[in-house]
Design a protein around this ligand. Structure first.
Ligand code: 16Z
Length: 447
């Protein structure tokens, strides 16, 4: 190992109440909302093929045109109570909101910048009412904050000259001031979701990002900050130069999910997912594959089965309303969560051998293990293998409440028989798996 001043300061998962709460959420909602929703991926009759929130970087979008969009920001349909209600109905336990994306536009009236909602026809704070509405629905809020700030004259992607270094020094003070301002104005928030930390300017100042993280924790003990904020003094990100995770959870899973527990090394982690292939902000024309509720539910089950949170992204329109596809998906997912949420909330890695039919999720440290069956076998039989020294005590349909016909086919192997019917969503079975030699009821039948 190399000796590091600004690498990971802790190994192993946090076990404090704030982290336990975050870990139990399992399902979150991401909201990307800002000036980019006004063009919505189109400009001058041309369609931008990139991610809508990056339209400012498109050669067909003059910077001056983008930077004046704030004069049109006036979301008459913005109703944070409605947004919070929809998130509640979806079953989201936390929400991540873009306070400032790479364009530098602030959805709160920051006193450190002119480029905020205060300068728009809307004038009012967007973030405050949103945090209040979500908290009222019992949903925690995490603030997304981009370090990259295309609007700020002192931001630099790299430091080539003395002037760059002096300017970027001012920029880091600005960043620290804005983050303190956000924690002061919105003290109920539970964490920061940092983005835009891949620039040389940031990567080469591991000391600053380390001090910043400690500063924020001192202002707001228990704050949850993922691995995307920091770099160590050698420029390593997410994992320091000794391969140890920096931050409270692995935050690298963006539009992709781990396959097996080794991929996440039993760390806390979070996957963030777009509904289309790659759009975070509102894009008027979604192209490519739009994920269905069942696909998103399977991703959620996979995430919980590997001890991670799954966050589904929404991109509200410029007027503050949601597109129909997003409203429908939120309702469909919520429908499933109403019946099956017990298998997801507070769930984690079960330690059973993965089978083709789907995912095991253990409820905390209990004997309760849920099966989320996503691949219904033509045979109707679900194979369950229990670790040695453990035994299957019962198998019950979560929705039906009925016992699942089960036969033991080996020392620690069972076949569960699914009812022969059409399933139009993943089906959940609740297992009670006992540790120790105690023989389960199925074994008695056998001898
Ligand atoms: C260069 O590739 C990128 C850079 C930033 C992103 C941003 C998206 O705009 C969105 O905010 C996502 C969470 N973030 C990683 C995505 C891809």
């Amino acid at each position: 190992t190399v000796s590091l001043q600004h690498g990971a300061h802790r190994s192993g998962n946090r076990t404090d109440a704030d982290m336990e709460r975050w870990r139990s959420h399992r399902l979150g909602q991401f909201i990307h909302w800002g000036l980019y929703a006004i063009p919505g991926g189109e400009w001058n009759g041309k369609v931008y093929n990139g991610a809508a929130e990056w339209i400012r970087s498109w050669k067909e979008m003059p910077h001056e045109a983008y930077d004046n969009l704030y004069k049109q920001f006036n979301p008459a349909g913005y109703n944070p109570q409605q947004w919070a209600r929809q998130a509640k109905d979806m079953g989201a336990r936390y929400m991540i909101i873009t306070t400032k994306h790479h364009d530098g536009f602030c959805l709160w009236p920051s006193k450190y910048s002119k480029y905020t909602v205060a300068s728009t026809p809307w004038k009012k704070d967007i973030i405050g009412p949103m945090v209040e509405a979500y908290n009222k629905e019992g949903i925690d809020v995490v603030l997304y904050f981009s370090i990259i700030d295309w609007n700020h004259p002192d931001w630099r992607t790299s430091l080539k000259t003395k002037e760059d270094t002096v300017a970027y020094g001012r920029f880091k003070v600005f960043v620290k001031n804005q983050l303190k301002e956000l924690l002061t104005k919105y003290p109920t928030v539970k964490g920061f979701w940092f983005d835009g930390t891949w620039d040389e300017s940031w990567k080469t100042d591991g000391a600053f990002s380390d001090e910043l993280e400690q500063y924020l924790q001192s202002l707001h003990p228990g704050l949850i900050i993922g691995s995307r904020l920091r770099a160590d003094e050698k420029g390593a990100r997410h994992f320091d130069s000794n391969g140890r995770l920096m931050g409270d959870y692995e935050q690298g899973w963006e539009r992709k999910l781990p396959e097996k527990i080794e991929d996440v090394h039993h760390n806390d982690w979070e996957g963030v997912m777009t509904i289309p292939e790659n759009q975070w902000g509102y894009h008027a024309r979604w192209t490519g594959h739009i994920k269905t509720a069942n696909e998103l539910i399977e991703m959620l089950a996979r995430s919980a089965s590997l001890g991670g949170n799954f966050v589904i992204n929404f991109g509200p329109k410029a007027d503050g309303t949601y597109r129909a596809e997003e409203q429908q998906l939120a309702a469909q997912i919520g429908q499933w969560m109403k019946t099956n949420g017990a298998a997801i909330y507070g769930g984690g890695y079960a330690g059973l051998e993965k089978q083709d039919w789907g995912y095991y999720i253990r409820k905390g440290n209990t004997d309760t293990v849920y099966m989320v069956v996503c691949n219904i076998p033509v045979s109707g039989y679900l194979r369950v293998k229990i670790p040695p020294q453990q035994s299957l005590q019962s198998a019950t349909g979560l929705e039906s409440g009925q016992p699942i016909p089960t036969t033991q086919t080996g020392r620690n192997e069972y076949l569960l028989q699914l009812e022969n019917k059409k399933y139009d969503a993943p089906v959940v079975i609740q297992l009670e798996v006992k540790k120790g030699k105690e023989r389960g009821e199925f074994e008695k039948a056998r001898t």
